[in-house]
Design a protein around this ligand. Structure first.
Ligand SMILES: [Zn+2]
Length: 416
């Protein structure tokens, strides 16, 4: 798979995750009866089954018969799901949600959902039984999943590490032998200054090597690098081109931080928040710029469900742009005279009646499905790339609010 294709399927998976999380967030159990299990990738499935079996027998002590039955049903359902897996869970682990949710009017519905391979690894095994599902750790992962290199240094010590999603990961540190500013008696001032500069230069080289070793192998996945420290150290370090040139090109900015130990890496992420947020949106912004330019200067742009769909089917769409916050289904209607029409409806709303706009006859519902699935399926068949666009910037918000969250950059003018 090409990097673009990987990125698209990554985006797609994030979309699917977000959809399930939104659904789960709505649910409530009438008692402490909704079970969530987080399973890291190195946890044997047989261990998990043993744990679930144990919880099942302990649940026999729950006083309320209703809650007891619901918890045990949820655990049984989880055990059934676990049968689909071999020795270990898939890469990055998985999360299973199961329980009897409140369906209104004293009724409950039993639901079970499995999310495999989240964007970040599941870090520890968690068994959680409560009146709602435990979704925060997953939401945290969804917030973003960029990879950034972090370097903090002064003349005495340096630390390098990663920012993975929201998680700071210190990796290596170094300390220098740069002498202080006070020279010892008997040394000539000139010689002392020269030795000191040499020592500083050596230390910068050492820090650069440490960063190169860590980050050069990952340079193609890297979204950027932040450098922090007091002035003028970080400036000298960057101006001196100590870093590998491909890393140097990835530096998003330099920031004042007071500490250069591991805690300095966290300070650096705080200080660089704005640069990080901008960077994450760079690609989305570029897509929307192209869309608006095409829209204003010619006809190589399309938006809204029906025209975009028609262009997709023709194969004229180069890039399909879908808002990350699009929460609609598409309903396909057909009238007695064979006219097919498409309409979007909010995911949680009911399907409404429809009159054919061509002949005025009442039309029948043929199909209802997630509009993203519907459009991406056509896009995949036509070799159209799909891009999910954040609503965290003005034009991204416009895509959702002014264009219904659906647009396309065309390969050529179609007049549709
Ligand atoms: Zn009709």
């Amino acid at each position: 798979m090409s990097t673009d294709a990987e990125e698209a399927s990554e985006d797609r998976r994030k979309y699917e995750f977000r959809k399930v999380l939104e659904e789960l967030e709505e649910y409530e159990g009438s008692g402490t009866q909704l079970v969530t299990i987080y399973i890291p990738e190195d946890r044997q499935i047989s261990d998990v089954v043993a744990h679930v079996t144990q919880e099942h027998s302990e649940a026999a002590n729950i006083k309320s018969k209703q809650t007891r039955t619901n918890v045990q049903d949820a655990l049984t359902s989880i055990k059934d799901r676990l049968r689909y897996y071999d020795t270990y869970p898939p890469e990055n682990g998985m999360v299973i949600f199961s329980g009897a949710i409140d369906a209104g009017g004293g009724q409950t519905d039993m639901i079970t959902r499995t999310l495999e391979s989240p964007p970040d690894p599941v870090e520890s095994f968690r068994y959680h039984c409560d009146s709602d599902f435990l979704i925060e750790p997953l939401e945290h992962m969804m917030a973003d999943s960029g990879l950034f290199g972090l370097i903090v240094l002064d003349r005495r010590e340096a630390n390098v590490g990663w920012l993975k999603g929201k998680r700071v990961e210190p990796v290596k540190s170094a300390s220098s032998l740069v002498p202080g500013k006070q020279r010892k008696g008997g040394q000539s001032a000139q010689r002392f200054a020269r030795l000191r500069l040499e020592a500083i230069d050596n230390f910068y080289q050492e820090v650069a090597e440490m960063a190169d070793d860590l980050m050069v192998p990952k340079r193609h996945e890297l979204d950027g690098i932040l450098v922090g420290g007091p002035s003028p150290t970080k400036d000298e370090f960057l101006d001196g081109d100590y870093l590998h040139h491909e890393l140097q090109d990835k530096v998003l900015g330099k920031f004042d931080v007071a500490y250069t130990d591991e805690s300095g890496l966290y300070d650096l992420v705080d200080a660089g928040q704005e640069a990080l947020a901008d960077q994450e949106l760079v690609e989305d912004k570029e897509q929307m710029e192209v869309f608006f330019e095409n829209l204003h200067t010619g006809n190589e742009a399309t938006y809204g469900l029906v025209p975009t769909r028609e262009n997709l089917v023709m194969g004229s769409v180069d890039r399909l742009l879908l808002s990350e916050d699009l929460t609609e289904d598409v309903v396909v209607y057909e009238c007695p005279n064979g006219h097919t029409e498409y309409e979007t409806v909010e995911r949680r709303h009911n399907t409404s009646d429809h009159e054919c706009s061509e002949c005025g006859e009442p039309a029948e519902v043929q199909e209802r499905e997630d509009v993203v699935d519907h459009l991406m399926q056509i896009a995949d068949q036509r070799g159209t790339e799909t891009k999910f666009i954040s609503t965290d910037f003005e034009k991204g918000e416009q895509l959702l609010n002014a264009f219904g969250g659906i647009a396309g950059i065309l390969r050529y003018e179609t007049g549709v």
